[in-house]
Ligand binder design. Structure first.
Ligand code: BG6
Length: 489
């Protein structure tokens, strides 16, 4: 165990303990941290929700969640330890008086509180007001907020202003769970610990970059939420732009939150705006229709449970993003993400430029360029496509394309990849904001995304249909083909 990663003792208070996020992600993450001895022995966890639950009901809910999302093999000693840390209180989120009941819990355990808002952002303000009313916010309290923070620049400012009335920016931890993924964090190591990639990482060596975050799932009974968001707000504004920032940013002076965030912010500020005037050449949006995923028939977006048949919300987006700064001049970043695509598969492809002069041109008029593939999930790993001489006495310059392939599971002999929420919960307990998103980043990302969404609204065009189980609408192939390039598939 790494002693440096011993979290400080705290009261972790989870608002919305019965919700999907808590059950699917937070409780399993806390179980894993406890199993690895990464929770301080004195850390306590208070779950809050609207339902009237007896102690037994609550413990059953926790146990069921662990069995469902960790597995039936859960370690019983860890479960017992975790259960001892946990307690439950019913809370009327909108009733400030209800928060006073929590005072006894806090006065018995007076130490840093970590408030986790696992609820919709629309009630963050009332939670903050309730905590303030009951005098539960101290200078060392922290708050973790889930995305989405608003659905536009204006509404994100409202949420942040409301929370900002009670907590300073240093106390606020905004989650983008992609920043807790091992492979996403590895981008920093790859770029800044390997001289090979530090010096070749700019417009002189890189032709273009592709970022694909493909999901095979649909909207999973979340139609009501998803139809107000769409793939642009749900995935691009946060996850894809954060990946782009880590790929494109200048080396930070160190790993401090201040330095990492300020470098990411510079990238967001340098993104060339996409507005009504250039929208049709730079962005494609799609919506899935009926199709097949792994041989199973699945319904189209407009016929999903709870759907209304006129929706024009996008379930797929492809974008040609450009970064107007010295390093990335003339290097497009093609982003692509969608629901109900052929498979769950997220990867980054860095396409290097071809050699300036080809001495093998008699046999190979066009030598393929090097390509670095970073597989984010599943089958996490890194692959470098290279050219090599085919061995043989008669083969003086026969060339083959080979891959240097590093699979994380094989190389690090891992039985399991740590979940992003484990990392992020632990970092919050260590009071390290480096892997959380600043308000400035959120607002800059919204500024860029709002312009695209406004362009769509002004054009009145509908998203292009694509069959579930495909790689998106054919217009997305055209988007990249116009530049004489193609998507990696
Ligand atoms: C969430 C989105 O932020 O990320 C979901 O709201 C999406 O729509 C999910 O499915 C994808 O996360 P992951 O970790 O499965 O890639």
């Amino acid at each position: 165990m790494n002693v440096m990663y011993k979290a400080l003792p705290c009261n972790l208070v989870i608002f919305g303990i019965g919700g999907d996020l808590s059950r699917r992600k937070l409780l399993p993450a806390l179980y894993q941290l406890d199993k690895e001895n990464l929770l301080h022995p004195d850390t306590r966890i208070l779950g809050l929700a609207r339902s009237e639950l007896s102690e037994d009901d609550f413990r059953n809910m926790v146990m069921n969640s662990l069995v469902l999302f960790v597995g039936t093999h859960v370690d019983q000693a860890t479960v017992r330890r975790l259960m001892q840390r946990l307690s439950y209180q019913r809370l009327e989120f909108g009733n400030a008086a209800s928060y006073v009941q929590m005072q006894a819990y806090f006065s018995a355990l007076p130490r840093t509180s970590l408030f986790y808002f696992a609820t919709p952002a629309s009630i963050y303000a009332e939670i903050c007001a309730g905590l303030h009313h009951a005098d539960l916010i101290r200078d060392d309290s922290q708050v973790i907020m889930e995305k989405p923070i608003g659905d536009s620049l204006a509404s994100s400012k409202v949420v942040d202003d409301e929370v900002g009335r009670y907590f300073t920016e240093r106390q606020i931890y905004r989650i983008d769970h992609y920043l807790g993924k091992e492979t996403v964090l590895n981008l920093l190591v790859l770029r800044f610990a390997n001289a090979l990639f530090t010096s070749n990482w700019d417009y002189t060596c890189i032709d273009h970059v592709q970022i694909t975050v493909a999901e095979s799932v649909g909207i999973e009974a979340r139609w009501g939420f998803y139809d107000k968001a769409g793939q642009m707000r749900d995935m691009v504004q946060n996850h894809l732009l954060q990946i782009l920032c880590l790929l494109a940013m200048e080396p930070p002076a160190d790993l401090s939150a201040e330095n990492i965030r300020s470098e990411k912010l510079k990238v967001l500020k340098a993104l060339r705006p996409i507005t009504s005037t250039n929208l049709s050449k730079k962005v494609v949006r799609g919506q899935y229709r009926d199709g097949y995923i792994k041989g199973q028939a699945v319904p189209g977006y407009l016929t999903e449970e709870g759907a209304h048949s006129q929706s024009t919300i996008e379930t797929f987006v492809a974008i040609k993003a450009e970064i107007d700064n010295w390093r990335w001049s003339g290097v497009p970043f093609y982003l692509r993400t969608g629901k109900r695509l052929a498979m769950k598969h997220s990867e980054i492809n860095i396409h290097f430029k071809a050699q300036p002069h080809n001495i093998f041109s008699s046999a190979y008029p066009e030598l393929p360029a090097n390509k670095l593939t970073i597989r984010l999930q599943p089958d996490e790993g890194i692959e470098l496509q290279m050219l090599n001489k085919v061995p043989g006495i008669t083969e003086i310059s026969r060339i083959a394309k080979n891959r240097l392939d590093l699979s994380f599971s094989e190389s690090f002999n891992q039985t399991r990849i740590v979940d992003a929420y484990e990392r992020l919960l632990m970092e919050a307990m260590l009071q390290n904001q480096s892997w959380f998103v600043s308000r400035d980043e959120v607002e800059q990302a919204w500024t860029w995304v709002d312009a695209i969404i406004n362009g769509w609204n002004n054009s009145g065009e509908k998203p292009d249909p694509y069959p579930a189980g495909s790689w998106g609408p054919t217009s997305s192939i055209a988007l990249i083909a116009r530049d004489n390039r193609q998507w990696d598939e």
